[in-house]
Design a protein around this ligand. Structure first.
Ligand code: 8IG
Length: 274
């Protein structure tokens, strides 16, 4: 077994992350990065206004990463140069828990970015909304989360404080950019099936506003690594039972496309200020 095999329990995932960061540094020619942007469903084109692409790397070639499985997700990692000279890594795809490849793979991008020098991460996703006022295509700031996956990226007795996990400072900056942005609590289910209407009602009773299949494990790993986290959800559909129509992956892709221009400029402007 290679010492870089994330599936091997004796492997140190942080060592694999350092190897991935080394690979990125040589493949991009950028020795340190400042920010990480993770692009979820609907956010694929949103990084184009953030900065100038310095290099593009096949994600599957980076140690510890695997090629994505979800249609509509891209498989490259980009290095962007922001107008002020800072460097951002952009992950155009993520590994989801429902893929069954283990939590280490789900958070490997976060740990790699941290090893590459990143101090701030913007986690984006497409999700279902519980508030009828959030029509498909509405961006929402994540204020907190409820992790219903039963999983954690932390191994052993690793006690990490999650107070203010979704940085109030970064949320305030986002609201300076767009004062109309609402905030909500993101509830992660394991998926890959969407929720039943009863599960959506449960999420609402528990204090949730958004339902999705990503983000919380990455946010936890980011906090463990000492990163500051901003979470941005794009409500691509009303959660099951909130609207009368059934959910479809096509609807999700369509809402993402329609919201493209707004969320692109939103992400660019926020990234510039954080
Ligand atoms: I896009 O309604 C998208 N992802 N769990 N529920 C869950 N994940 C989602 C949803 C949704 N929409």
């Amino acid at each position: 077994m290679s010492t870089l095999d994330l599936d091997e329990p004796s492997t140190d995932p942080f060592e694999v992350a350092r190897a991935a960061a080394d690979h990125l540094a040589s493949a991009t020619g950028v020795s340190r990065h400042d920010l990480l942007l993770v692009l979820g469903s609907g956010w694929g084109g949103a990084a184009d206004l953030v900065g100038e692409t310095v290099a593009e790397v096949e994600t599957g070639h980076i140690p510890g990463f695997t090629a994505p499985v979800v249609a509509g997700h891209s498989a490259t990692t980009r290095s962007l140069r922001l107008p002020d000279g800072r460097h951002a890594l952009v992950l155009g795809s993520r590994t989801h828990l429902y893929e069954g490849r283990g939590v280490r793979r789900v958070v490997h991008g976060i740990r790699t970015a941290a090893a590459a020098g990143v101090r701030t991460v913007v986690l984006t996703n497409g999700c279902g909304g519980l508030r009828p006022a959030w029509s498909p295509g509405t961006p929402v700031l994540i204020s907190d989360h409820i992790n219903l996956t039963g999983a954690s990226p932390l191994e052993g007795a690793t006690f990490v404080d999650l107070t203010d996990l979704y940085s109030a400072r970064l949320r305030a900056i986002a609201r300076e950019v767009d004062p109309s942005l609402d905030e909500g609590v993101y509830v992660q289910f394991r998926g890959p099936q969407y929720e039943t209407p009863a599960e959506v009602r449960m999420a609402g009773i528990l204090g949730g506003d958004l339902v999705g299949m990503s983000t919380t494990l990455e946010a936890i790993a980011a906090r463990q690594a000492g990163l500051e986290v901003l979470g941005l959800s794009l409500v691509t559909n009303l959660a099951a039972g909130i609207s009368a129509t059934p959910l479809s992956h096509e609807e999700v892709i369509e809402a993402g496309k329609a919201a493209g221009p707004r969320i692109s400029s939103l992400l660019a402007e926020i990234t510039r200020r954080i």
